[in-house]
Design a protein around this ligand. Structure first.
Ligand code: MTE
Ligand code: MO
Length: 383
């Protein structure tokens, strides 16, 4: 059986789909640490987890619109300067279940924990591209190539049994400041099978779908990748578009993710035993935009308090793109006094003053991606 060799997983993960394996950690566990432990990190797959058994024979090829393609072993990749980047990887389907409650959408149901924050270690994509003669900070087009495509070794039904793939613009790929990695480490350890062993792309600030796991090859291509997940999925359609009138080419593949936040110390409908509680959660934005503010309401959004924000304990969080981890989430907390039956709401503002929409209906889309509406939970006091 193709799913008979799946890795062991942490028993506390909430399984949203078994085959392919899709799971997320419980809310409270997710925000108990700034760096998400690997075993609690959400797992998002479109097929069985591949096995790269002979690591000495493993090669990632780099080719396409370049003079001559090269084949790099893990030893070759490890010889390049090693970088670590703290980045939050978020699935575009995070919070899909709540969107589907408004009006049904298609896709794996996710609660609010389809994201995690890890320290990724590896070679920079821009250094690898230099090996095939593409210089750093190159222009939008080189040798007719405009995109860098990542092709994996895993097979999925959406690609008719072919490999999962995605691409990013050449400009981003060659920009050292974009910090796109070919990662072989996650939180200081060799990256495990679930998360892309032996090598995955990590594209900071961009929806998780572009961070291709289990890399087989990297190609410089003329136009963006024509794969299923770039052309027939992970696009943001307006609420008026449904399955009967969808025209896929009218929208671009989603890249950066918008500002997002969620409460993780409470479930959707919870019981609290005191009128003084601490509300905790996460806030994150794509594109390297930091979090300028996290607001909490206990009256359904009529009045607001500003929450404390933190990344590293003891170091003040500054959304200036330099002093803090700009690709990473911030954890927030607020001590609030709640009425006997409270609707607690979170919303965040990013460094470009982008805000989260109040109502999920305004951003409803048929694939249920990017639900970034205000996050609401209900808390009732024990009588
Ligand atoms: N890469 C491959 N090869 N196959 C996949 O199914 N899923 C993508 C991306 N890369 C996927 C992949 C999606 S949609 C997301 S959100 C992230 O991987 C999830 O990464 P994780 O499982 O390490 O959390
Ligand atoms: Mo995803």
């Amino acid at each position: 059986r193709e799913y008979s060799l799946e890795p062991q997983r942490h028993p506390s993960l909430r399984i949203n789909a078994k085959e392919p394996f899709n799971a997320e950690p419980p809310r409270a566990a997710l925000v108990s640490s700034y760096i998400t432990p690997v075993d609690l990190f959400f797992k998002r797959n479109h097929g069985p987890i591949p096995i790269v058994s002979d690591i000495d024979r493993y090669r990632v090829s780099v080719g396409g619109l370049v003079g001559k393609s090269i084949h790099l072993s893990m030893a070759d990749i490890r010889k390049l300067p090693k970088y670590t980047v703290t980045a939050t990887l978020q699935c575009a389907g995070n919070r899909r279940t709540a969107m589907s409650k408004r009006r049904k959408v298609r896709g794996v149901g996710w609660d609010v924990c389809a994201l995690g924050n890890a320290i990724w270690g590896g070679a920079r994509l821009c250094d690898v591209l230099e090996l095939v003669g593409i210089s750093k900070n190159s222009s939008a087009t080189v040798n007719g190539g405009k995109h860098v495509e990542f092709i994996s070794v895993d097979m999925c039904v959406e690609e008719n049994g072919g490999p999962y793939k995605a691409s990013i613009p050449l400009r981003q790929a060659t920009n050292p400041d974009a910090e796109v990695l070919l990662a072989y480490e996650m939180n200081g350890e060799v990256i495990n099978r679930d998360h892309g062993y032996p090598l995955r792309a990590v594209v900071p600030g961009v929806i998780g779908a572009r961070s291709v796991k289990w890399l087989d090859s990297i190609k410089i291509i003329k136009e963006e990748c024509q794969g299923f997940f770039m052309q027939k999925d992970y696009k943001m359609f307006p609420p008026i578009v449904d399955w009967h009138n969808i025209i896929w080419p009218t929208r671009k593949p989603q890249m950066d993710f918008p500002v997002q936040s969620a409460i993780c110390s409470l479930n959707d409908d919870d019981v609290v035993d005191s009128n003084k509680i601490t509300v905790t959660g996460y806030a994150v934005s794509g594109g390297g935009r930091g979090i300028e503010r996290a607001d909490i309401s206990v009256d359904g959004g009529k009045t607001w308090f500003e929450a404390r924000r933190q990344q590293k304990p003891g170091v003040p969080y500054v959304a200036d793109g330099v002093s803090s981890d700009r690709w990473a989430w911030v954890l927030f907390s607020a001590d609030v006094e709640v009425p006997a039956d409270a609707e607690i709401v979170a919303k965040a503002v990013d460094s470009a003053a982008n805000v989260q929409p109040e109502d999920v209906g305004t951003i409803w889309n048929l694939r249920g991606i990017l639900n970034t509406s205000w996050h609401r939970v209900r808390a009732r006091r024990t009588p």
